[in-house]
Design a protein around this ligand. Structure first.
Ligand SMILES: Cc1cc2nc3c(=O)[nH]c(=O)nc-3n(C[C@H](O)[C@H](O)[C@H](O)COP(=O)(O)OP(=O)(O)OC[C@H]3O[C@@H](n4cnc5c(N)ncnc54)[C@H](O)[C@@H]3O)c2cc1C
Length: 316
């Protein structure tokens, strides 16, 4: 059986993947995009996206992703609802296996597999997802203007998200598991010097409380004293890290210690020539739909340039 051959293969269907697809398709490269297990990516888990330029009234996350898919398909992108289970970038063209059986040969690959926010794993967290529980302060903080919120975490993200929220919200309760934070000294100082941030040391969340309207509080427990407290909050923000979706690229693509793909600064090039990484999978800093889309565009342009150079090589 001959393997299916593709010029540009895009792995992932978030804003990065679809933007790469729009650009590659309009460049006549007939891209194929594999959606993975979460068609539309992270934004399909949120109702209101208010910070993506071009939508003055905001847009529902799943709707935005349907629109992006339609736009990519309009120019000839082939969207396939499959999961990439392994890759072989040791030869050329590259080999990519989907659903553990079908092998596709690709002349260039754009990795857009995103990252997944870590959650505490308590049932009430799921119950109030989109109703007060959020893993992105920059995305959702605005909805809690003037209200009390809680942030869970102890690293730089938690410190950053707490200070960000302290400017919008009346009070921020920072829930820290141990008696110290992992954040850099300067970030910690910023937290401790902000009057409307209260740090709850040695504390973990037992339950997020709420009703049909959403989150109304959080019950925390002090691991040293056993004391339980109910915080009256309307927003509950997780800042305990993200896991980039890069397991299938381990040992093949160069990553940092957290598993984010390393790209050549100012481009989307990875350590494998012809393989590019775009969106949250290569971005531990910004992690926004617009930055993902921006690098998706870069990835398609980088792939196009790579393919043109390959073609020129063959001619000469
Ligand atoms: C609840 C929530 C609310 C948010 N709100 C906002 C907001 O209001 N504004 C904003 O700018 N940002 C927001 N974000 C952040 C935003 O969603 C991300 O920055 C953005 O989606 C990243 O896009 P991406 O294309 O890099 O990856 P993702 O959206 O993470 O998509 C990754 C894609 O890769 C696919 N994939 C993974 N592994 C494989 C595989 N093995 N094979 C094939 N496909 C695979 C997945 O199925 C998925 O389609 C929010 C995030 C969350 C979780």
């Amino acid at each position: 059986m001959t393997a299916e051959k593709v010029k540009v293969l895009i792995i992932g269907s978030g804003p990065a993947g679809y933007t790469a697809a729009i650009y590659a398709a309009r460049a006549g490269l007939s891209p194929v995009l594999f959606t993975g297990g979460q068609p539309g990516g992270q934004l399909t888990t949120t109702n209101d996206v208010e910070n993506f330029p071009g939508y003055p009234e905001g847009i529902n996350g799943p709707q935005m992703m349907i629109d992006l898919q339609k736009q990519a398909e309009r120019f000839g992108t082939k969207v396939e609802f499959v999961l990439v289970t392994s890759v072989d970038f040791s030869g050329y063209p590259f080999k990519v296996t989907v659903d553990e059986k079908k092998v596709i040969e690709a002349e260039s690959v754009i990795i857009a597999t995103g990252a997944t926010a870590k959650y505490l794993g308590i049932p009430s967290e799921e119950k109030f997802a989109n109703k007060g529980v959020s893993a992105c302060a920059v995305c959702d903080g605005y909805f809690y203007r003037g209200k009390e919120v809680a942030v869970v975490g102890a690293g730089d993200s938690a410190a950053e998200e707490s200070t960000y929220l302290s400017k919008l919200c009346s009070k921020v309760h920072l829930i820290v598991r141990r008696d110290e934070m992992r954040a850099s000294k300067i970030m910690q100082q910023r937290v401790l010097n902000t009057p409307n941030i209260e740090v709850h040391w040695n504390s973990s969340t037992e339950e997020i409380l709420g009703d049909e309207s959403g989150v109304t509080g959080a019950r925390i427990v002090n691991s040293k004293t056993g004391e339980k407290k109910e915080l009256s909050v309307q927003g509950f923000f997780l800042a305990i890290g993200h896991k980039p979706n890069t397991d299938i690229f381990k040992g093949v693509i160069t990553m940092d210690e957290a598993g984010y793909i390393k790209v050549v600064p100012g481009s989307t090039a990875t350590n494998v020539e012809g393989v590019f990484a775009v969106g949250d999978v290569a971005d531990r800093v910004y992690r926004q739909a617009i930055t993902a889309a921006g690098t998706g565009c870069m990835g398609a342009l980088d792939a196009e340039k790579f393919l043109a150079a390959k073609e020129a090589e063959l001619v000469h």
